[in-house]
Design a protein. Sequence first.
Length: 268
Amino acid sequence: MPKADSSQHTKRPASPTKQQQGAKKMHKPNTSVPVSLNFDENMETTTGMMGRKDGAAHDRSDVDVQPPTWFKLFEQRQENRFKDIINQTKEMFEGLQLEINNLEDEVKELKEKLNVCDAKIDDLENRSRRNNIIIFNLPEGTEGRDCSKFIVHMLQSECKITPAPMIQRAHRTGKFSEISRKPRPIHVGFSHFVDKELCRKALMELFMGKKFSDARLFVSNDYSVKVQRLRKEKLPELKKLKAEGKQAFMVYPAEIKIRMANGQIRDP
């Protein structure tokens, strides 16, 4: 019989149990850096490390780093360029300001001239109207087909003016309203200023106290729109003075005067 192999019958060492493995782990030597439980000692260590970092940073800040030459030249060129732009802008602004001042002076002068021209035009317009009168609230259709003949006949028959004044024209102004049915005013143009004043005063006496549809008949001079507006603004003051018993009246262009008992005329 062959001999049995003794190596096959050799006993293998028993594997360690779980308890033995746990015990080995517990007794494993600690190779990490020991951590001290002392708070003061840890603070000293941390402060020392921070001190070394701060010292290194302080050493780096002590180094004076100079920019390169090309950067200095570039910076100088840019600064000079900006200065030139600022100077040019200032010069342009001063020039524009001077032009604005000149234009303001010209506009002011033109406004003054325009006001003078406007006053002259208004004066010429009122001079061209000085031979005219306006009759208000005369019933529509009273004049018939020929307004000039009607006015001449009224002046001769009612106002007893002879010889008959020379009338250039007489007509109603504006469009008749069917809703209000208010009579349109009659414009009468005379050839001479003296005839116009004579007829105006005579018509004022004729119309004194006469009404048509609760509207008083009256006559007035013919003025420009500007003067009419000024006189309209003074009308409440004029009515107030008359209500107080004063002999108030209005003179051209829109000035209120008072006639005293002795005949003198003064301002209100």
